[in-house]
Ligand binder design. Structure first.
Ligand SMILES: [Zn+2]
Length: 150
């Protein structure tokens, strides 16, 4: 049997899989569900396959790993080996993220990024507070928002 995926497509798929159903994502999902919000998961028809989609609020949430998406925070460090490879990889991720967000906003979706560091590590935000912030944004928020607040 031949492998129909090119190497590039396959590594893209691997990256996507790694990013889904992570512990931080499950925390956000559980808390919002408990707060009464209903959402769709990993909607493949939308650019970037947002982790959570709230059609009623015309809003999407991405739960992002600080390393893979180069968050400006203490959880991001450039690896000490294969630095050039990592630079290319991470900067491609960032470009992809920006293109995805632009496309979604062009279609009238509001976009929120919930970074991993809001959910774990020493700077994490209490889940209850985070849930309130997300709920407030869903109901009244602007077209773009990041948590923790920059
Ligand atoms: Zn971070």
């Amino acid at each position: 049997m031949t492998d129909v995926h090119s190497k590039a497509v396959r590594s893209k798929n691997m990256a996507a899989i790694k990013d889904r159903n992570t512990v931080p994502e499950m925390l956000v999902r559980g808390a919002l569900h408990k707060a009464g919000f209903r959402y769709r998961l990993h909607v493949t028809t939308l650019s970037g396959k947002p982790d959570l989609v709230f059609p009623r609020y015309k809003a999407v949430i991405f739960v992002q790993g600080c390393f893979w998406h180069q968050h400006q925070c203490a959880m991001f460090h450039w690896p000490k080996t294969r630095t050039e490879w990592w630079r290319q990889k991470i900067s491609a991720n960032r470009k992809h993220d920006e293109a995805v967000q632009d496309k979604l906003r062009e279609l009238g979706w509001r976009v929120m990024l919930v970074w991993e560091c809001a959910l774990k590590g020493k700077h994490k935000v209490p889940l209850q507070q985070l849930t309130l912030d997300i709920a407030h944004w869903l109901r009244h928020g602007s077209s773009f928002m990041e948590l923790p607040f920059a």
